[in-house]
Design a binder for this molecule. Structure first.
Ligand code: BGC
Length: 421
């Protein structure tokens, strides 16, 4: 009898505690664009962590690399006065939404203070996450992706006696050789955000760190229209010549698959591409190569983050707090980033379980931060507001998909930026 009663009490306590944690977790409708194999695998780690905290996740995926489609859906939800609990959003767009008044009163700031996020993040990353004049946390970072990468099929390169290129001239020579041998040198998806991704890596390499800062961050008209920019467009034209007929509209992960299966040799893409290689069980240095695109120790960063909108209702606010806490969890950031291809945003996550590409990324990031080469990716929304980003992207895409001269493209780039300001 006594034993039965004891069991009953324990059962009651257990039931009560699970119910109370479930309530503590709250609910979260999360809008995101992580739908490729590697992305979905990484996202599952977040979903599981949130569920462990008792949270109920309502998935709102909007497919489309780079998030262009997701951002359109998000905008319309916000305009309709019905924002999701949280959404993927990056860089200055975080502050743009705050200015629209949909982010206050910053429910997650209390979590950030209690967990001391200021001490866990670099100030560069933490500033991106803040609203209300950069004073309150309104977003949480999951990672740091690097944009300026070459991914290459090892067998293809080895069998043609080629090494990973360390200059753009070397790349052009290797690509020409492969093309003559009937291999597609450059796997590319003809979508504006992918064109812009390639463009900024080329610009960083050909122009250098200072030029990148002048042209992309300061939007300096002379840099935008000058002779260095002409050279950048010249290299873009060469790259166009190394693509195949299937390029228009191709998704980035389809291009990555072409490199994986040896149909193509190279891809220029952020390290979410590595998430695809890993998801297919492939290993760097064994099946594929990763190497930063040629530059003077530049590093184009892209921080994925989730923004939390102003909400009413305890369950949603609890959901935001629990999700923000999950995102900044130390172990979560390790596992998630191993799958995602990126490196942790938190500074205290040990890197020993990461692969050689991620370890290289982490040490390059430190070096570039000390030497002026750590620069925000414009193609992935870290450098510019939407109007300027769009203006730049349009010219790059128009040039890439036509026979526009490099001079004309540089002139149009400056004009488009001028008109967007
Ligand atoms: C995001 C990545 C994502 C990629 C492709 C980038 O803008 O930062 O997380 O994997 O787009 O969709």
């Amino acid at each position: 009898m006594l034993v039965k009663l004891e069991k009953l009490i324990i059962g009651f306590i257990f039931a009560f505690s699970t119910v109370s944690t479930a309530m503590a977790g709250g609910e979260a409708e999360v809008l995101h664009w992580w739908t490729s194999g590697g992305e979905a695998k990484a996202l599952q780690v977040l979903k599981d962590d949130f569920a462990k905290k008792g949270g109920t996740w309502k998935d709102m995926p909007v497919a489309g690399g780079g998030g262009d489609a997701a951002n359109v859906t998000l905008k319309s939800r916000i305009v309709a006065g019905d924002p999701p609990t949280a959404s993927q959003i990056k860089g200055p767009t975080i502050q743009e939404y705050d200015e629209e008044g949909v982010v206050a009163p910053y429910h997650i700031h209390a979590v950030a203070k209690a967990e001391n996020w200021d001490s866990l993040l670099s100030s560069q990353v933490s500033n991106h996450m803040k609203c209300d004049g950069f004073t309150k946390y309104c977003a949480a970072p999951v990672n740091i992706h690097r944009i300026d990468w070459f991914w290459a099929n090892k067998k293809v390169l080895d069998s043609h006696g080629l090494k990973m290129p360390t200059s753009w001239d070397e790349f052009n020579a290797a690509a020409s050789k492969l093309q003559s041998a009937g291999i597609i040198p450059f796997a590319h998806g003809g979508q504006p955000w992918q064109d812009a991704t390639v463009f900024e890596a080329v610009l960083l390499g050909i122009g250098g760190n200072e030029f990148y800062h002048k042209a992309i961050v300061e939007l300096d008209m002379n840099a935008l229209s000058g002779p260095t920019m002409v050279k950048v467009f010249d290299q873009m034209r060469k790259l166009q010549g190394f693509t195949d007929k299937g390029m228009p509209g191709r998704d980035w992960n389809v291009a990555t698959a072409m490199v994986m299966n040896g149909k193509a040799a190279f891809q220029i893409m952020g390290d979410w591409a590595k998430g695809e290689f890993s998801n297919a069980g492939l290993k760097p240095g064994v099946d594929y190569y990763c190497l930063p695109t040629p530059s003077d120790h530049g590093y184009l960063y892209n921080v994925d983050s989730f923004i939390f909108y102003g909400m009413k209702g305890k369950s949603k606010i609890d959901g935001q707090k629990a999700l923000a806490s999950s995102i900044m969890g130390k172990n979560f950031q390790k596992i998630f980033n191993i799958y995602k291809g990126s490196i942790p945003a938190r500074l205290d996550v040990p890197m020993d379980e990461f692969d050689m590409c991620a370890k290289g990324s982490a040490s390059d990031l430190k070096y570039s931060a000390m030497t002026g080469g750590l620069l925000p990716s414009f193609a992935h929304g870290m450098a510019l507001r939407n109007a300027q980003k769009g203006a730049m992207q349009d010219v790059i895409t128009e040039h890439f998909n036509s026979n526009m001269s490099s001079h004309e493209a540089a002139r149009r780039l400056a004009d488009a930026i001028q008109a967007s300001l």
